[in-house]
Design a protein around this ligand. Structure first.
Ligand code: HEC
Ligand code: HEC
Length: 406
């Protein structure tokens, strides 16, 4: 059988067509999936996950709040200079990233942020937000870019006036929150509500199934013919991912993230003499945040959703750790890592393959060892990662029908 395969490959090469090379591989009868392989594949699903309501956000799942959040996300009037919106950094066509190594609010003369813009598909599946997990809810995170001088640079009063001054926004606000937009003196409440509406919108960003999920579903219904459509190289890549590479220890479960923080040996020097302490600073930030899940602005009266925040402890081992990103749609979000220092997926795989153990924090990850992958293995791993790209995405920028006062 091997000889036949070689013959087909040779014929294809003589023919010189890459397209044929693919179909020749597909013609080879693939060995059946073993029980162990199936078990590992099942662990990264099912997909999509059931949406969950956020108990700390009373407008989570509310249609008017979602429409308000969508409008605010794309509206540059949210920034006082009228020149920047969330969507200019989080571009829907780039899986809500900007293609830059590190975010920048505009032209080259303006300051660069320290970090890479995170993608927002399926963001609601996280419980910590930001590369350092400095926020414990989507809505409390959303307050940060609204106020940050290098992002929208806005203020609570500006947000309240925008909501009050626009008929459509004011109508949505009234429907969602059952009251008129608060006056300037109570603008902090308007700011928090705007952030909760933005969060309600972000919760709707749910990516569709990928070729990987199609494989998983095929195996779940014992459809061997459909499973055989999954590329052989990606299958070998997944074997590395869930086996020798130990990638799935951190890139775990349906969202390919364990939701926690780790050090993968990416240098954390931001500028000469200045480091990004990652999770270490994030824990301080979340504990000191007046908008955290233990604070007065959470709508979860029992504060049960704040138990992670209550128990998170400052600890020096968290220095230089960053959030484990989901790998769904990772093909669309280059460049990579918290500082955007790796340009392509090949570079990321090379990073893990040639890992510099000296760079890991002294209490670093015992899990991570240089993998010394062959060229073929590296290609297989990249091929697997590419099968995590959704085959379709919902239209998340279309304006809904105009607001009707209730
Ligand atoms: C100047 C570019 C820029 C703008 C404008 C911007 N963001 Fe971001 N966004 C980033 C960067 C950079 C990060 C990573 C932040 C960090 O780790 O501190 C991020 C992270 C996030 C995250 C966390 C995602 C995760 O998986 O943890 C959310 C949510 C988010 N942004 C929402 C928004 C919203 C909502 C707005 C508008 C109010 C907005 N962003 C405006 C650049 C931007
Ligand atoms: C010890 C936990 C851990 C293991 C094991 C691990 N990763 Fe990661 N991975 C992370 C963390 C944390 C980041 C973000 C690091 C940063 O930004 O500094 C990351 C980032 C990535 C990224 C970039 C994603 C993005 O959006 O920027 C890719 C791709 C990736 N890992 C793939 C892999 C592969 C493939 C393996 C196995 C060879 C692997 N990871 C093993 C924790 C881990």
């Amino acid at each position: 059988m091997r000889r036949t395969a070689g013959l087909i490959a040779a014929l294809v090469l003589a023919n010189g067509s890459a397209l044929f090379a693919g179909s020749a591989e597909a013609q080879m009868p693939a060995p059946a999936y073993s029980h162990d392989e199936i078990r590992r594949i099942m662990a990264h699903g099912p997909w999509p996950q059931q949406p969950l309501r956020d108990p700390s956000n009373r407008v989570s799942g509310n249609d008017d709040a979602i429409a308000l959040g969508r409008a605010l996300f794309f509206d540059a009037r949210l920034s006082p200079r009228g020149d920047l919106s969330c969507a200019l950094c989080h571009q829907p066509g780039r899986a809500f990233t900007d293609g830059r190594a590190r975010a920048q609010r505009g032209g080259a003369a303006l300051p660069r942020l320290d970090r890479n813009t995170q993608g927002l598909w399926d963001v609601a599946l996280s419980h910590w937000f930001g590369w350092d997990g400095g926020s414990d809810s989507l809505w409390s995170f959303a307050i940060r870019p609204i106020l940050h001088p290098d992002e929208l640079g806005s203020s609570a009063v500006h947000v309240a006036r925008l909501l009050r001054g626009d008929t459509e926004l004011a109508c949505r606000y009234r429907n969602a929150f059952d009251r008129s937009v608060p006056p300037d003196e109570e603008s902090e409440a308007a700011l928090v509500d705007a952030a909760k509406a933005l969060a309600a919108y972000l919760e709707t960003l749910r990516s569709g199934p990928s070729p990987y999920d199609e494989l998983r579903d095929a195996l779940a219904r014992a459809d061997g013919a459909a499973a055989a459509r999954y590329p052989a190289s990606a299958r070998r890549g997944f074997a590395l991912f869930s086996g020798k590479g130990q990638c799935s220890a951190c890139h775990f479960g349906p969202n390919f993230s364990n939701g926690e923080f780790h050090d993968t040996g990416v240098p954390y020097l931001v500028a000469p003499g200045r480091v990004d302490s990652g999770r270490h600073g994030g824990i301080r930030r979340v504990r000191g945040d007046q908008y955290n899940l233990l604070g007065a602005f959470s709508d979860d009266a029992a504060r049960a959703s704040g138990s992670r925040t209550r128990h998170v402890a400052e600890n020096h081992t968290t220095y230089g750790q960053f959030k484990v990103p989901s790998l769904r749609n990772v093909e669309l979000t280059a460049p990579y890592m918290h500082d955007g220092s790796l340009a392509t997926l090949r570079d990321v795989v090379r990073h893990y393959s040639e890992l510099n153990e000296d760079r890991l924090h002294q209490d670093g990850e015992a899990l991570l060892k240089p993998l010394h992958l062959s060229a073929g293995e590296s290609e297989d791993l990249v091929a697997f990662l590419r099968t995590l790209t959704s085959s379709s995405f919902p239209d998340v920028s279309a304006a809904p029908t105009p607001c009707r006062p209730r």
